[in-house]
Write a protein that binds this ligand. Structure first.
Ligand code: AHG
Ligand code: MN
Ligand code: MN
Ligand code: MN
Length: 324
């Protein structure tokens, strides 16, 4: 099985970008080890702090964030990083060519129950002139040069795209290296599986309620087929399932949060996952347009996310637009 660096070279990925991806896989191994230690290393539970998102930080959120910052900022190609857990950006090498945005630990509520979590990353080009300003990050997801995630599950997997399809690597613990296990991931166009937090049903827009209600009716309803539901409560794991066997994943508009009607963050969750899904032949939309087309105005901004199998996302969007 092919190792990471030769695979990237085969794809003619720029050497500086290879170095950034290599740095990310070093972080991944370290975080994977810490997640595996759990209580043995005293890393479970919460801190007393709140992050910029208004969430109580888990000890592993803080640890993973610190590891990523420390290791990435040592890479001379990294100009600056932005994180779900940091209010502002953190500068690195002044003439570094790349910016890295990340969700250090996705699925924090799964940490203490020993369920799946992950790290999501998005690499953007830095402007030609040296310096590190927050505005440099405000680029649409279509500008990404690499994006992906590391899933810490029964197997630790690195899944990413550099614009040449989606590749999956599995960490071989015996040699301590990520080896290529899926060279060209494609998402099935049709599906009978969906992922949504059903407990929020009463807070959705009418179109989303009608869409999900019709899925639940199965063969007895207008969709004329039975659907199954899965929700890991970690986007990284729910999207991994979609990439592996198709499906629709959504975290839609929610009436409870008047000024923040969406949960997922554009730069750390929406954009990287949207690019992966598109590269695998699926669709990724906010409900009002392609996620990758959004021009960000704030590094912490949030967006609606509807992604996965092409036909199912299209159907969901028709319900939202009231045409079904
Ligand atoms: P994070 O742990 O990085 O804050 O992200 C959590 C997100 C996402 O991973 C997941 O899809 C969603 O929150 C889960 O939400 P519910 O708690 O509503 O299930
Ligand atoms: Mn969080
Ligand atoms: Mn997250
Ligand atoms: Mn997180």
């Amino acid at each position: 099985m092919q190792r990471l660096i030769p695979t990237l070279r085969n794809d003619q990925v720029d050497e500086a970008l290879i170095s950034v991806i290599n740095t990310l896989q070093i972080c991944a191994k370290e975080i994977s080890f810490r997640c595996g230690q759990g209580k043995l290393a005293g890393v479970l539970g919460s801190t007393l702090d709140e992050n910029i998102q208004g969430e109580t930080q888990k000890k592993l959120d803080v640890l993973a964030n610190q590891l990523l910052k420390d290791i990435l900022l040592e890479c001379k190609h990294v100009r600056a990083v932005a994180s779900e857990e940091e209010e502002g950006i953190v500068g690195g090498t002044l003439d570094g060519r790349y910016l890295v945005a990340f969700d250090p630990l996705d699925g924090s509520s799964n940490i203490d129950i020993n369920s799946m979590v992950g790290t999501i990353f998005s690499v953007l080009p830095a402007p030609a002139e040296p310096g590190a300003e927050v505005d440099m990050f405000l680029q649409p997801g279509s500008n990404q040069v690499a994006a992906g995630y590391i899933l810490y599950g029964p197997r630790t997997m690195l899944v990413f795209t550099t614009g040449k399809g989606v590749k999956m690597f599995t960490l071989d613990q015996t040699v301590g290296e990520f080896l290529l296990t899926e060279a060209d991931v494609t998402i099935a166009e049709t599906t009978t599986e969906f992922a949504i937090n059903m407990s929020n049903h009463r807070h959705w827009q009418p179109g989303m309620r009608r869409y999900i209600d019709d899925l639940l009716l199965g063969k007895a309803g207008p969709r004329n087929k039975d659907f199954n539901m899965r929700w890991v409560a970690a986007m990284v794991a729910d999207v991994h399932r979609v990439l592996t066997r198709g499906g629709l994943f959504t975290y839609p508009w929610d009436s409870r949060k008047a000024n923040k009607p969406f949960k997922l963050r554009l730069m750390y969750e929406g954009n990287p996952m949207a690019w992966l899904v598109e590269q695998a032949g699926g669709l990724a939309d906010t409900g009002e347009g392609r996620i990758l087309d959004i021009q960000p105005t704030d590094i912490h901004q949030r967006c609606g996310v509807i992604l996965g199998s092409r036909d199912e996302v299209t159907t969901c969007l028709q319900y939202l637009k009231g045409s079904q």
